[in-house]
Design a protein around this ligand. Structure first.
Ligand code: NAD
Ligand code: UD1
Length: 350
């Protein structure tokens, strides 16, 4: 049984990925400082996977180097999936130092501890935001890292570059840079899902909070984009499909144990888009939610949100060809599962 370290594993995407790992027979150690998640997630994960699944939760910060070194001494990790990070774009503009410290310095601490322990396999949570504001759609992995427009995006591009350079310096490193598009939805059990603190920044959590009566109406930011209905277009992906992409990527880049002397198949830097390849507008998402969940979402149109792009979606061919991975769950599944999670947990994990 292989053991995987999952940083940020009690968070939204991390928790769904831990379920997928446990269900596939991995042992998992979560390291999370709970700055944006709840320890209650651990019991929920076990409820879904199996009460006796091999899961250890350690509360701690990736910047705590002593703790990290001890962790790598206590466990024999086959690889690391690195979710831990701060992700609020607006907050990163007002608090850049906090973001570079947590995301970039934190990742450096992790990479250093891995290097010392000779654990050289990492799956990293990157973002479509690294393509920058000028990239043509659909985004393809061969495009350069672009002009990021905020410290959050820049922190992701910096971490990608650090990992890429490490692969050049040491050919035993295997790195998967997973560029997520817009993850939404929740596990079908309704036991785990997205639990934003305060006012949600992202579209779907805002919609579900309007639907449950926590917020009066949705603001639709921008109805004058050069898109068919004037609203922004994104590539929404079900978080469960996204989670499965991590397993495929991990398996692809893991060293081949049969012949360790041989140059490792998966070594080096690999970039994969994790999206569906299909874009939907804000109005289409509202419409899909109303239809699937039977709740009307009152909305008001507002000016464009600063920093938003009109439309982007993935070219998802590379992940399909190289990982044999696809995202079969539809927008209807995404909104239905998000609503089920919200209804089952009106106050999130509290
Ligand atoms: P999340 O906030 O739910 O999960 C992140 C987890 O990391 C949280 O549990 C938090 O407590 C933990 N964490 C943060 N800083 C830490 C630190 N210094 N030490 C230990 N734990 C720490 O976010 P998420 O949506 O699950 O995102 C996971 C990763 O994916 C993040 O790196 C995020 O930037 C990236 N990502 C997310 C999206 C998205 O739309 N959700 C899109 C692209 C990329
Ligand atoms: C945002 C982040 C991005 C991050 C992504 C996933 C910004 C500028 N970008 O992307 O870096 O990777 O989240 O976490 O914050 N919308 C509304 N009303 C709302 C909320 C959103 O109309 O209340 C619209 C937006 O204008 C956009 C679409 O819905 O067109 C999706 O927005 P959102 O969920 O915030 O994702 P992104 O903007 O793609």
């Amino acid at each position: 049984m292989q053991t995987i370290l999952v940083t940020g594993g009690t968070g939204y995407i991390g928790s769904h990925t831990v379920v997928a790992l446990l269900e596939s027979g991995y042992k998992v150690v979560i390291l999370d400082n709970l700055c944006n998640s709840s320890a209650k997630v651990v019991d929920r994960i076990l409820k879904i996977a199996h009460p006796n699944a091999q899961l250890t939760f350690i509360e701690g910060d990736i910047r705590d180097t002593n703790k990290l070194d001890q962790l790598f001494k206590d466990h024999l990790f086959e690889g690391v999936i690195h979710f831990a990070g701060l992700k609020a774009v607006g907050q990163s503009v007002t608090h850049p130092i906090t973001y570079y410290d947590n995301n970039v310095y934190g990742s450096l601490c992790l990479i250093q501890a891995m290097n010392t322990a000779k654990v050289k396999t990492i799956v990293f949570s990157s973002s479509a935001t690294v393509y920058g504001e000028d990239a043509p759609v659909p985004y393809e992995e061969s495009m350069p890292r672009g002009n990021t427009t905020n410290p959050y995006g820049t922190s992701k591009a910096m971490i990608e570059k650090i990992l890429a350079d490490q692969c050049i310096a040491d050919n035993q490193w295997s790195v998967a840079q997973l560029r997520y598009f817009n993850p939404i939805g929740a596990h079908k059990s309704g036991l785990i899902g997205e639990d934003p603190k305060g006012i949600p920044n992202n579209l779907l959590p805002y919609i579900t909070q309007v639907a449950i009566g926590k917020r009066k109406e949705l603001s639709v930011f921008g109805v004058d984009y050069p898109t068919p209905d004037g609203t922004g277009i994104r590539d929404y992906i079900h978080v469960v499909d996204l989670a499965k992409g991590h397993l495929k990527a991990l398996k692809k880049i893991q060293p081949t144990h049969n012949n360790p002397q041989e140059h490792r198949q998966g070594s080096g830097e690999h970039i994969w888009n994790l999206g569906t390849g299909q874009g939907y507008s804000v109005l289409e998402v509202i419409c899909a939610f109303e239809k699937a969940c039977g709740v009307i979402i009152p909305y008001a149109t507002e000016p464009r949100r600063k920093g938003d792009l009109a439309a982007f979606w993935a070219n998802a061919n590379k992940a399909r060809a190289e990982l044999n991975w696809q995202a079969p769950l539809t927008l209807e599944h995404m909104v239905t599962d998000a609503w089920h999670w919200q209804q089952s947990n009106p106050q999130g994990y509290n």
